[in-house]
Write a protein that binds this ligand. Structure first.
Ligand code: DGY
Length: 323
């Protein structure tokens, strides 16, 4: 029997497979709050495995404070920028994520954001709820069409491709950029060129040193005054201050963000207050079915790791070679 730290309550009976396999679960706290960093360090010292969320910073300190028995860290998310994977490899801990199961749900959200921002849906709904709508007017809420426009997908992984498939159905022309040639139609090798040619830009890259502030003031200007930026990747991929200035000065038409920097974004942040910035609270994968599948996948990885078997979706499989 192993002892498993589960940092937060999981959806859909997420810990049942671990309990059924006879493992002892530690956590989450009764009030289901995020663990402070020192609490995470203390808890890691006594467990064989950790199931964590993207809000848990599993850094070098946590991994080095971890028990010598610690073997697996299962992140219930596809992005794993919250985990120091190199430090995990150093201490022989295999890290896994949840790729594949959230692609379609996340792509749906990217489309929701793209449509809503282009057509000023939030602005119009805010007026209606606040009693400011005085009835139909031919000049009100004149947004931009999505059909007939050019979508530029930045990052052509599973989620980027799922967004591209939807865009084709909406009558959009789809271009995509990725660091390596994809061999697919619509590939644009130069990111700046993609931004210049696209009307709507949707971001689907992981957060890494090379993608932090990938979209800065200069690149926002390339998107242009009729351009819409959609971010369902990670907040820091966009320079938030530059985005606010671009919206304020009409450098781009609108932005729609599922992710922000920081999270949670304070209600008095200038982006929250800007009517052309639609923001939802990191809900891209938040359908009941998808969140349950993410939890299931994390449990399946963890059980394999505790049995000493290769994990289905490790992000640092080189750890096996070092053991
Ligand atoms: C992920 O899995 O990385 C997503 O951001 C969760 O919605």
């Amino acid at each position: 029997m192993a002892r498993v730290l589960v940092t937060r309550r999981l959806p859909g009976g997420g810990t049942d497979p671990l309990v059924d396999a006879g493992h002892e679960i530690v956590g989450p706290e009764a009030d289901d709050r995020p663990l402070a960093h020192d609490e995470l360090m203390a808890a890691a010292a006594h467990v064989d495995a950790i199931v964590c969320l993207l809000t848990d910073r599993v850094d070098d300190a946590v991994l080095h404070a971890g028990s010598p028995r610690l073997r697996v860290v299962a992140n219930v998310a596809v992005g794993y920028d919250n985990i120091d994977v190199a430090a995990a490899a150093e201490v022989g801990v295999v890290v896994c994520n949840t790729p594949g199961v959230l692609d379609e749900t996340t792509a749906d959200t990217a489309f929701l954001l793209m449509l809503a921002a282009s057509r000023l849906a939030t602005e119009a709904e805010d007026d209606l709820r606040a009693g400011r709508w005085r009835g139909w007017n031919i000049n009100d809420y004149l947004g931009l069409d999505v059909h007939g426009r050019v979508l530029g997908v930045v990052g052509w992984g599973r989620i980027g491709r799922a967004v591209g498939r939807r865009a084709a159905g909406f009558g959009m022309t789809v271009l995509h950029h990725s660091r390596r040639p994809t061999g697919d139609d619509g590939y644009v090798a130069d990111l700046d060129e993609l931004l210049r040619r696209a009307d709507v830009v949707s971001l689907h890259v992981p957060l890494q040193d090379s993608t932090r502030h990938l979209i800065d003031a200069r690149r926002l200007a390339l998107i242009g005054p009729h351009g819409v930026l959609v971010n369902t990747a990670r907040g820091p991929v966009v320079d938030s201050a530059a985005l606010h200035e671009a919206l304020r000065d009409g450098v781009i038409w609108a932005a729609a963000l599922d992710v922000t920097d920081p999270e949670p974004i304070p209600p008095n942040d200038p982006l929250v207050r800007h009517e052309r910035c639609l923001i939802v609270p990191h809900i891209a994968s938040a359908s009941r079915a998808t969140r349950a599948k993410m939890a299931e996948m994390a449990a399946a990885n963890l059980l394999a790791g505790l049995r000493g078997e290769p994990l289905p979706t490790p992000v640092n499989p080189d750890v096996y070679a070092r053991r």
